[in-house]
Design a binder for this molecule. Sequence first.
Ligand SMILES: Cc1cc2nc3c(=O)[nH]c(=O)nc-3n(C[C@H](O)[C@H](O)[C@H](O)COP(=O)(O)OP(=O)(O)OC[C@H]3O[C@@H](n4cnc5c(N)ncnc54)[C@H](O)[C@@H]3O)c2cc1C
Length: 512
Amino acid sequence: MSYGVVWFKRDLRLHDHAALTAASIDGRLLCLYIIEPDLWRQADASSQHYHFMLECLQDLSDSLAHRGGKLLVRIGEPVAVLEQLHRAAPFTALYSHEETGNGFTFERDKAVARWCLRRGVVWREYPQTGVIRRLTNRDGWAARWESFVAQPCLPAPSLSGIPLPQPSQTWPTAEELGVFPFNPPARQLGGRRRAIAVLRDFLEQRSAQYRGGISSPLSAPTACSRLSPYLAAGCLSLREIVQATRRQMARLPKENTRQRKGLQAFISRLHWHCHFMQKLESEPEIEWRNMHRGYDGLRENEHNEAQLAALMAGRTGWPLVDACVAMLNHTGWLNFRMRAMLVSVAAYPLWLHWRPVGLWLARAFLDYEPGIHWSQLQMQSGTTGINATRVYNPVKQAMDHDPQGRFVRRWLPALRQVPDVWLFEPWKMPDELRQRYGLDQAGWPAKPPVELESATRAAKQRLHGLRKQPAVRAGKAAVVNRHGSRQAVPAARRGNAATAFQQQLGLPLADD
Ligand SMILES: Cc1cc2nc3c(=O)[nH]c(=O)nc-3n(C[C@H](O)[C@H](O)[C@H](O)COP(=O)(O)OP(=O)(O)OC[C@H]3O[C@@H](n4cnc5c(N)ncnc54)[C@H](O)[C@@H]3O)c2cc1C
């Protein structure tokens, strides 16, 4: 008797799972997850992602068992795994969500599509976010996003499985697979149950701090939703988060405008989630190639390995930068503004290409989502050709968002004794004070790798010089057409030149 295979990928849940629901309506089904050794050995993966995924898988497996179902876990290359299953018991349809992943998963999916064609298996794929496949341009995109998130969420279906054709294989360890070892001690833990608890806590309590709380690295860890790794692994659907948020907004007392506005700002970010992912979906090459080709050659040939190493080690000598790296290494998370600042420091004063910086951060961010990540890397590095230049000065950011130095002192024990006046620019301290506060003994860098102001000025000049060239200016319209948002930005809410520029181009303000 025929059956369908539901292939779980980055959609590790039973609720609002279009592929699972469709398969359950069509008849008997087999739930499959494939651990792909080659995927986990890619340069953008690290062991924290693997451990998080296993936690989600355990939770999914428990939920299935609770409903009388079973999850088959196989290890190998998907075409080989599907072929083996098909030989043992031929199936007629494969069900999954569309995935906007990295270049590896894109090629793998193309190979699976060819295999399905050869075997006469129908592959039914369903969107799980507002990202639209085979989109030709961005006209009407925002309205389609709204109609996607407004559709009713699908309940977890009742399952009539087939007996597993083969037993599940034992889940290999990250070491056995050869995954890049990076597993921060205080990272978030995976699984839908944890995701629901984080969502509830945010909607009911923490969202009251969202407005005004998400920029400082001190308040952001609790003011932000912290839902990103659960979205990346698909423990929650984007739609159920949007709908739960709207329900919570409706429940709030009328006078609670602060929390309501916070939740509205949060929904805007869920919109950006798909807006940015759409860029990679529409142009997968932006994972490794400049979004605007006119910027090719800008930084490629001047890569400074020692400066990248200092940044990755959190030893630049700019306290806020190094404190952020320390927090990232401990938690696997940073708020938007601090991520943007790290990339800005890499791209401007250090003049590093976004690709190696992006690979490092992809491994370091537990919530690594290729579509958001590579689009943001390019935007913060000035290679999209359509966004205003964003340069974050790490000394000014420290003064604005950590005025008492609590964040810096917390993450950098070497600077704990340093008085406020020197804290954000310790290289300006006289030698005897460096001695007194133990900076040399702690191995604190004598000075940053470059002089901040002059290096940043030179970098901006080079970028703007290129931007003014007629060929580069001419190339902008095509990028706007392909990737730019068509959303109107209310003028009254925009103040400075950068935002006016964004508005002129009809782009959303992807900033906090
Ligand atoms: C260089 C750089 C790289 C980034 N890489 C990633 C990444 O790999 N994965 C990722 O999820 N986010 C990424 N972001 C966006 C943002 O920093 C994170 O989504 C956010 O910090 C996650 O924490 P949160 O869920 O508590 O955020 P919240 O503020 O609570 O936001 C809720 C959700 O909205 C989405 N979101 C928030 N901000 C943005 C944004 N600026 N652009 C697009 N979507 C957004 C995310 O899905 C997030 O989970 C990156 C930002 C920068 C500057």
